[in-house]
Design a protein around this ligand. Sequence first.
Ligand code: FUB
Length: 370
Amino acid sequence: MNNYMKTVKFHLVVTATAAVLLSSACNTGQSTHTEQNDSTAAGMQPPKKEPISQPLVSDIYTADPSAHVFNDRIYIYPSHDTATGTPENDNGDHFNMMDYHILSMDSVGGKVTDHGVALHIKDIPWAGRQLWAPDAAFANNTYYLYFPVKDKQDVFRIGVATSSKPEGPFVAEKEPIKGSYSIDPAVFKDDDGSFYMYFGGIWGGQLQRWNNNRYDSAGKLRQPGEEAILPRVAKLSKDMKHFDGPVKEIKIVDKDGRLFTEKDNDKRFFEASWMHKHNGKYYFSYSTGDTHYIVYATGDNPYGPFTYQGVILNPVEGWTNHQSIAEVNGKTFLFYHDVQLSGKTHLRNVKVTELHYNEDGTIQPVTAYK
Ligand code: FUB
């Protein structure tokens, strides 16, 4: 299957609710007609699958939700998907996002506020195209927005922008973070106050072009029998705008301590890093990309190694799968997206559902449809 090219992978029926929401709310000019409907032969309708959660907003398309609690309010830092008409290709060019909108709500299930444009690509001096999945952090009395975007040479770098308010507007630094590359920054604050950035994404995210932190425009994806490409981590400096030390690879291993190979593509790293802590353990979660799972691995320190534990979120409708995990008033929530509103893989909508742990600290997998 090509990278990001499959419009809709599953034969899930988009609910009537979604179609109504779309036609009344999403003023994008996109049709509600989906490939699922095309591929469903008359008389062979699969059973209707009801989503367990509804989109948090339906007047814009949003994806890749990074959730944090700031000042007792839930803030979500998503990608803002738009129908720009960019043709689909293997590099994900059709994910051609131009700005960020921050969402917030006082509780899960409460009214969601869209705070409007927080940062636009035209205000990032070094940016070329494609604002992908962001994250945010608070330190030094400042809110920091971290974002991946291709530079003017078409190489993904990670930038930082600042604001005095969690919802922005944010002002971008003049250069990307020195030594940064690839996509999907996730910034984690440890109990001692240190911040770490986890990042990387293969295929369209270009991580295969980086070996030993050096760029090779001809860098190739691994062969099935080769060790899988690993995600990256870097400690952040006190000013939150630099890496404090070299970027390191994160080892994800099986129960026998073995690294995964490329053919273990239902377990190996693809994109969508996230780190959270539970009962003193570090939980590193990520998307397996072409097999569409959100999975997790646990470890004893922020650098790993992390031992693979299992699935957090089964494949959702659409090609991409991307999560964040946040604790709100003693409960743990999984923020994710699917394509309920559009049926198109690059026009997604963010959602949230509760996540539950077993007594041994393992996570109960979520299936987003019932
Ligand atoms: O939103 C663009 C890209 O799609 C993200 O950076 C990936 O994680 C995937 O969700």
